[in-house]
Write a protein that binds this ligand. Structure first.
Ligand code: SF4
Length: 335
């Protein structure tokens, strides 16, 4: 193992972290979430009610950007008007571009800034995304084997052998951002409806491969609430994922600035809370979609568990926390 690269002073990044040159591409560079960049001291800022994020979210990066065109995504191809790919927001926040060696050095330096319980590599739709993910994963497992890695995959470019390789290289959890929960909504928001390459069948194929290759509790699906589906439809899918052995990572739709859906309304709060609660019951409480009752508009009117249990769950607050891959202390709460 070579000497750890020197940790650069914060000032090195401040003037230009958001200006991306053609050489700033994976695997030498990655983008990271604003929360991770704050935690590592790469950008100034404070996080509400906490000093750090426990999950280091990394994103492969290329100046030419993602080649898909998902209607709700700030990284989509239709956003080529953005001055620079690195200027495009993703899930509402900026994603600074940083040298991967620098990230590893800062995490190794530890202290309050290095206490990550998980690292996640997010792939995008790009010809190099598979190969670079292998390189990033391999380096992480060699340098920081104590911090488990999740892969947020891009099924469009992956084959089953790639999942096997990721698992053999040390990836712990594999996730699929299905996002849209019916074939029609999927095609309209991520497929042929927006001149984007993704296919509903391939995404489900990847979920089934993940169940087989990674096994129960080691894979998951991202679902976005609401993109035109009913509560019944999204929870039906959540139950299917659970029955395969996976977990559901639920996200509330928010109209991303500059996306094709920027003028859509944000997810209705009542709908979001009901779906969060029902997904927690399905994922962690042994409840079932079939025991839930829905009204004519597909809204949950009965969660299918005893009233006392429902009250206890509500009091715990757990169903309403961010859902994702687990941290090290509580598998029901994401890192
Ligand atoms: S593949 Fe992912 S990063 Fe690319 S446009 Fe779709 S949601 Fe965004």
């Amino acid at each position: 193992m070579g000497a750890a690269p020197q940790v650069q002073p914060l000032e090195f990044y401040r003037p230009n972290y958001h200006v991306k040159t053609p050489a700033m591409r994976s695997p030498d560079y990655i983008q990271m979430s604003t929360a991770a960049a704050i935690t590592l001291g790469l950008v100034p800022g404070k996080m509400h009610r906490t000093s750090c994020t426990n999950c280091l979210n990394l994103l492969v990066t290329y100046p030419e950007g993602c080649r898909a065109n998902c209607a709700y995504c700030g990284l989509a191809r239709h956003r080529e008007e953005a001055r620079d790919y690195a200027d495009r927001n993703f899930i509402r926040v900026d994603w600074p571009t940083v040298r991967y060696d620098e990230v590893i050095a800062r995490v190794k330096a530890g202290g309050d800034r290095g206490q990550f319980q998980r690292m996640c590599i997010s792939m995008i739709t790009h010809p190099n995304s598979n190969d670079d993910t292998f390189v990033l994963l391999g380096k992480w497992v060699r340098e920081l084997p104590e911090i488990p890695v999740s892969i947020l995959s891009n099924p469009t470019t992956l084959e089953k052998a790639d999942l096997v390789r990721l698992k053999e290289m040390g990836a712990e959890i594999f996730t699929v951002a299905l996002d849209a929960v019916t074939p029609e909504i999927f095609d309209r928001t991520r497929g042929s409806g927006v001149d984007s390459p993704h296919k509903w069948e391939k995404y489900w194929q990847a979920i089934e491969w993940a169940a087989e290759v990674f096994g129960p509790e080691r894979f998951g699906a991202h679902l976005i609430c609401v993109m035109g589906e009913t509560e019944r439809e999204i929870l039906d899918v959540a139950q299917k994922i659970r029955d395969l052995g996976g977990h559901n990572h639920m996200f509330a739709f928010f109209p991303e600035r500059g996306s094709l859906m920027e003028d859509w309304p944000a997810c209705d709060r009542g709908q979001w809370r009901r779906v969060q609660l029902a997904r927690f019951i399905i994922d962690y409480f042994g409840g079932r979609f079939e025991d839930m009752l829905f009204d004519d508009a597909g809204r949950v009117i009965d969660f299918g568990i005893p009233e006392d249990d429902l009250e206890a769950l509500l009091d715990s607050g757990k169903p309403f926390r961010t859902s994702g891959c687990p941290g090290k202390d509580d598998t029901e709460v994401s890192a």
